[in-house]
Design a protein around this ligand. Structure first.
Ligand SMILES: Cc1cc2nc3c(=O)[nH]c(=O)nc-3n(C[C@H](O)[C@H](O)[C@H](O)COP(=O)(O)OP(=O)(O)OC[C@H]3O[C@@H](n4cnc5c(N)ncnc54)[C@H](O)[C@@H]3O)c2cc1C
Length: 464
């Protein structure tokens, strides 16, 4: 029996790959529904993702798999986003004239001057960038960093840009897309091959959660259980071989034995359920790995439409919301006829003021700020929904790598336990990469050599 911990996209993709090769699989998921971060919530006839999820990929096989799963009934959505900077709205990605007009001629000259200064400095005495701030300033100049980059990244991560690892940029994040947009605007950089600047994306009609639901249906159809509402309590191991997992569903506690295990639950949570626990130095290293959490406030509105936007980015400090989206603009089926909704994302740390605020207070704050921005009116509000999403983003600070490597060094000793997925590997993976990492973990269990991989196994016609 192969046991997979977590039914987000990584765990489900691993399960799909194994079930497809006739392996017996059990997936254990603590939430009542599958999908993890890529779940779509259904509430009073409205649907919304935990922060809008667009599917784009350069991985031809993952793309084919997703299209197959959706029976080719998905929407091809045009991206149209805005960013609010200096109290004005700019197209996102920024357009040169728009950006130039917005910041004024003298600021633009300063941007160019700072940029050239950094180019000269880097030629005369090249230096390595450790933090995000160093990385951005080195490549694009101080003014550009201060103007377009600092606020949004500090809002997303909740720490100073000097403490955020430059690896974040390397892992293609939203902040980078903000940056690429600016670069695109000022230096005529072509965004054609950059995922974050892609202007169209795939979106399932009923929300991003449909991908996970279809993966689950396939796994169950092949007679493999997907146990939702079931939490992993303990993973018993001996000599770096996992024997079984103890799981809890309601009052029932069970043990499930297996030959191979894939964990996609957050890396730090995995270490905590290992029995026996890892050595103290590994636990100590893990205590330095942190996640950023998220609160999603959705306002259900008695109104046809609010915007024509895919996303609206709100980097300014005095607005606590980081980003909003209107699900109906992604798929008309995300709201009942004649109604719409707005989803506001608050980046926060579990236990901080935002996380601990009551639902009513969060609704009030959201309503107030979106009213001030001219987006909604108090009288439009039908209801609201607040969802707290723990461990949404692995926080790659400048110190994380050495602690991370210590943890990986320990986990690599296990012969039948593999990690996959975003929180599972503590890497900033998007959906396609999370799916790929799950499939890769499954392939290792199937003992597919790189050579065999080239010739390919078939996953519904897709060569993986
Ligand atoms: C706000 C936001 C917006 C995003 N937008 C995009 C986007 O536009 N495009 C894109 O490609 N990607 C986007 N992503 C990233 C995407 O959500 C992830 O890459 C993907 O969903 C990760 O899947 P996963 O399976 O690796 O992890 P997860 O979805 O985190 O799955 C892990 C699962 O493990 C379960 N679990 C945890 N602990 C236990 C336990 N003890 N027992 C049992 N189960 C447990 C969890 O409930 C969860 O279901 C976004 C992420 C966020 C937070």
């Amino acid at each position: 029996m192969k046991i997979i911990l977590g039914a987000g996209l990584a765990g489900l993709s691993a399960g799909y790959a194994l079930a497809n090769e006739d392996r017996r699989v059990v997936i254990v998921e603590k939430n009542p529904a599958v999908g993890g971060l890529a779940e779509t919530i259904h509430y009073r006839g409205f649907r919304f993702d935990l922060g809008g999820h667009r599917f784009i990929t350069k991985d031809r096989c993952i793309e084919a798999l997703v299209k197959d799963l959706l029976d080719h009934e998905f929407l091809d959505v045009a991206r149209k986003s805005s960013i609010r900077l200096l109290n004005k709205y700019f197209d996102y990605p920024l357009k040169p004239v728009n950006a130039l007009f917005g910041v004024g001629f003298s600021t633009t000259l300063r941007i160019i001057r700072d940029y050239l200064k950094e180019r000269v400095r880097d030629t005369v005495s090249p230096r390595d960038a450790v933090s995000l701030e160093e990385w951005v300033v080195k490549r694009f100049g101080r003014k550009m960093f201060d103007l377009y980059f600092r606020q949004y990244s500090e809002k997303v991560w909740g720490i100073d840009c000097r403490s955020i690892s430059q690896e974040w940029v390397a892992q293609r994040i939203e902040g980078l897309s903000l940056w690429e947009a600016v670069k695109n605007a000022f230096f005529k950089f072509s965004g054609r091959n950059i995922d974050t600047l892609a202007d169209r994306f795939i979106y399932p009609q009923m929300g991003i959660g449909e991908i996970s639901e279809r993966l689950r249906d396939y796994i169950v159809f092949r007679e493999n259980p997907v146990l939702t509402g079931t939490r992993v309590l303990k993973i018993r191991h001996e000599d770096f071989m996992v024997r079984d997992v103890t799981v809890q569903s309601g009052e029932d506690v069970d043990e499930i034995e297996g030959s191979d295990f894939i964990s996609t639950i957050p890396l730090t949570a995995l270490l905590q359920v290992l029995d026996p626990l890892p050595p103290d130095e590994v636990l100590d290293a893990a205590s330095h790995l942190h996640f950023r959490d998220l609160v999603i406030v959705t306002l259900l509105l008695d109104r046809e439409r609010v915007t024509d936007l895919t996303w609206l980015y709100l980097p300014e400090k005095h607005i606590p919301v980081g980003r909003v989206h209107e699900p109906k603009n992604w798929s008309p089926r995300m709201a009942p006829e004649g109604k719409t909704s707005i989803v506001a994302e608050y980046f926060c740390f579990r236990g901080d003021r935002i996380w601990n605020s009551g639902d009513e207070e969060l609704t009030g704050v959201t309503l107030r700020h979106l009213t001030n921005l001219g987006l909604v009116q108090m009288c439009d509000l039908i209801d609201s929904s607040v969802v707290r999403v723990a461990k949404a983003y692995p926080l790659l600070d400048v110190e994380y790598r050495r602690h991370y490597e210590k943890v990986l060094g320990y986990l690599n000793e296990f012969r039948n336990l593999r990690i996959a997925g975003r929180g599972g590997t503590f890497q900033y993976l998007n959906m396609d990469h999370a799916m790929r990492s799950g499939i890769n973990a499954a392939e290792k269990i199937l003992h597919i050599s790189p050579h065999e991989k080239e010739t390919g196994i078939s996953l519904q016609g897709c060569k993986i």
